[in-house]
Design a protein around this ligand. Structure first.
Ligand code: NAD
Ligand code: MG
Length: 387
């Protein structure tokens, strides 16, 4: 029985994780659940899984939840301290890191410090604090399993192979809803258009990141740290069908890929049950029903965020954390109708232009860079110069 703490249980990844847990009660047990503000869903999850601890962000929300669950055995905590408790409980064997954004960094790092294995969905942890986090993972000797579908595909394509034999990692990208939208028209696309992802159903932030292709940029940085490969060995191919989830090319010219119906339950289940495989209910792939698999290079003019991510990775130090925080502010501003779609890349670029990269020696340095970037991006927004 593997005991799990699920951080971000009310999100898209959290809900899919609980579906896997519910399908395999003989294998997995939930000991902690955490949510931002969705009390209704968290309450249902507490009733269904009886965790020892449940966490919400705000103190008054925790109070409300306690009142709604009289006599429940679950202890309700709040805030970042609650998240850290959930991530470090003595009985927890694996932490599923499925909070969205840089908010996932502190509890995920706390889990590693406490010696917990991690199933990592929160790519922002590796984007903002890659080398620090990987050093912690190595020092503590914990296992880190990727949940992101591309990284799960690379992980699976690397099994039984030596990393020194890798020629290249090829991350695939669907290209999102604007793959065929002329660059000149991107100015006027709506929030609804951007949320309409062709292949994947995900949380709002990552859906917008997929439309700008910042998501792929974040994933390139994630792969760089997770697999310890230099940036020049990571390629991105647009593959609109999302059937090949990523590939690894070896020095002998052989390419190994992982294929499947696009459904996050498959990579989540593999991270939870590795090295075994469990039934997921994912629709089996019928290759004969596919009209074809196509691949091409991304257009960095149209997808400026992908170029910005390569630039941030090249600058290194605090720049990826700054890019990530500026992106979070920009996505929020786009979703709130304050800036247009192309304003996202403009706001990130201006924030990066204003930043002098600093060395990151501790997680606190990452948090400082993150805060600096949020303030700088909000100031730009306040000036009303980014549309
Ligand atoms: P989501 O928005 O659906 O869910 C996020 C979860 O985090 C929710 O439970 C929410 O309540 C919680 N949360 C939000 N802000 C918080 C905060 N400040 N403090 C504590 N908790 C907070 O997001 P998602 O789509 O499930 O994505 C989660 C992570 O997984 C992201 O890092 C994303 O990039 C990654 N990921 C998601 C998918 C996917 O298919 N959804 C695929 C690959 C990777
Ligand atoms: Mg992905």
């Amino acid at each position: 029985m593997k005991k799990l703490s699920i951080l971000g249980s009310t999100g898209s990844i959290g809900v899919s994780t609980l579906e896997i847990v519910a399908a395999h009660p003989d294998r997995f047990q939930v000991v902690a659940l955490t949510a931002g503000s969705n009390l209704t869903l968290l309450k249902q999850q507490i009733e269904a899984f009886s965790p020892k601890v449940a966490v919400v962000l705000a103190d008054d929300a925790a109070k409300q939840l306690r009142e709604q669950l009289p006599g429940a055995k679950t202890e309700i905590l709040s805030g970042v301290s609650g998240l850290i408790t959930a991530a470090t409980m003595p009985e927890t064997e694996m932490v599923v890191a499925a909070i969205v954004g840089a908010a996932g960094l502190v509890p995920t790092a706390a889990a590693v410090q406490a010696g917990k294995d991690v199933a990592l969905a929160n790519k922002e942890t590796l984007v903002t604090a890659g080398h620090l986090f990987m050093r912690m993972v190595a020092d503590k000797g914990v296992k880190l399993y990727p949940v992101d579908s591309e990284h799960s595909a690379v992980f699976q394509s690397m099994e039984g192979h030596r990393s020194e034999d890798i020629e290249k990692i090829i991350l695939t990208a669907s290209g999102g809803p604007f793959l065929n939208t002329p660059a000149a028209m991107l100015e006027n696309v709506t929030v609804q258009d951007a949320l309409n992802h062709p292949n994947w159903s995900m949380g709002k932030k990552i859906t917008i990141d997929s439309a700008t292709m910042m998501n792929k940029g974040l994933e390139v940085i994630e792969a760089r740290w997770l697999f310890d490969v230099p940036p020049e060995k990571i390629d991105v191919n647009i593959h609109p069908q999302s059937i090949i989830h990523s590939m690894v090319e070896y020095i002998d010219g052989c390419v190994i890929a992982q294929l499947g119906t696009p459904d996050m339950k498959a990579p989540i289940a593999y991270a939870l049950s590795y090295p075994e495989r469990v039934a997921t209910g994912v629709k089996p792939l019928d290759l004969t029903a596919l009209s074809g698999l196509t691949f091409f290079k991304p257009d960095l003019e149209r997808f400026r965020c992908l170029g910005l991510a390569y630039r941030a990775m090249g600058d290194g130090e605090s720049m990826p954390a700054v890019m990530n925080a500026a992106n979070e502010i920009a996505v929020e501003a786009f979703l709130g109708g304050r800036i247009g779609f192309t304003g996202i890349a403009r706001l990130i670029e201006r924030t990066m232009d204003a930043h002098v990269p600093r060395n990151l020696a501790h997680i606190e340095d990452v948090l400082l860079a993150d805060r600096w970037a949020r303030d700088a991006a909000r100031e730009q927004l306040g000036k009303g110069q980014v549309q």
